[in-house]
Design a protein around this ligand. Structure first.
Ligand code: CAA
Length: 246
């Protein structure tokens, strides 16, 4: 039976590639997107359905618990219970700490960290009851090593792995694995939005001397969520071209 997978931020730079990969591997994949991206999401879905992939879209603001409750209920009614959850929704609002406004802090914590609670809480008991589940939290190298100008983002991304380690213990005896995947710099609109000089200086410090392609992140997610991978839990898989080794 095909697994049902939900990818938050599913039409974004990394999320989109994760959806394509999991659908190619045989899952039914639902890509979550925000209301402001409805037009792009519909085009995104049409393109993949035309290519023969089993994908759907689900609108929802992952920083809102109530909206996640509604969204997951609708997905479950349409497709059945979620077996695989990839928490991939994320934003940046970079700035040095002396200039960081509460709104910049709260937006990044809300979308990048509170979302992990808001979405996972909705699917967790079902996974325990059915004795199977795969959860992957897409964090960042900058949650492991910090980054100048990213106190909000680094705090959220480090928090995700604390969540992973705690929840992995609660799922371990019940067939539910919970892992973190920490990408380095990936070739997406998020990294393209950085100042070119800053970006080039970061790339020159990556041992592989290049950013990751989104498909290289998706292939690591495919490993973590596979049925065959039943014994890796609570881990933090680094896919960062050697930028940080831990
Ligand atoms: N370490 C130490 N000092 C630094 C520094 C660094 N990495 N970068 C800049 N500085 C210094 C500057 O030399 C400057 O010094 P003076 O005041 O003495 O002249 C001071 O800090 C101010 O720096 P900026 O001019 O850069 O400050 P700014 O406010 O214009 O810019 C910033 C701040 C926008 C945050 C910029 O520093 C920046 O873009 N940093 C990179 C942030 C980053 O890596 N974002 C990743 C986005 S992609 C992503 O997040 C995905 C992922 O998971 C990897």
């Amino acid at each position: 039976m095909a697994r049902i997978a939900l990818v938050t931020g599913g039409i974004g730079g990394i999320g989109s590639e994760i959806c394509t990969r999991l659908a190619t591997d045989g899952a039914t994949v639902i890509a979550n997107h925000i209301p402001q991206e409805t037009t792009q999401a519909e085009a995104w879905k049409a393109e993949r359905v035309a290519a023969g992939l089993n994908v759907d879209i689900a609108v929802g603001d992952v920083s809102s618990f109530d909206d996640c409750t509604r969204m997951i209920a609708e997905i479950t009614a349409k497709h059945g219970p979620i077996d695989i959850l990839v928490n991939c929704a994320g934003i940046t609002k970079d700035g040095t700490f002396k200039k960081m406004a509460p709104a910049q802090w709260n937006a990044v914590i809300g979308v990048n960290l509170n979302s992990v609670f808001n979405v996972t809480r909705q699917v967790w008991e079902g996974m325990l009851d059915r004795g199977f589940g795969r959860i992957v939290n897409i964090s960042s190298v900058n949650g492991q090593r910090g980054q100048f100008g990213q106190t909000n983002y680094s705090a959220a991304k480090a928090g995700m792995h604390g969540f992973t380690m705690a929840l992995a213990q609660e799922g371990a005896a019940k067939g539910v694995t919970v892992n973190t995947l920490s990408p380095g710099y990936v070739d997406t609109p998020m990294t393209l939005a950085m100042d070119e000089k800053v970006r080039n200086s970061i790339i020159s410090g990556i041992p592989m001397r290049r950013m990751a392609q989104p498909a290289e992140i998706a292939s690591a997610v495919a490993f973590l969520v596979s049925d065959a991978n039943g014994y890796v839990t609570g881990s933090n898989l680094q896919v960062n071209g050697g930028l940080f080794m831990h």
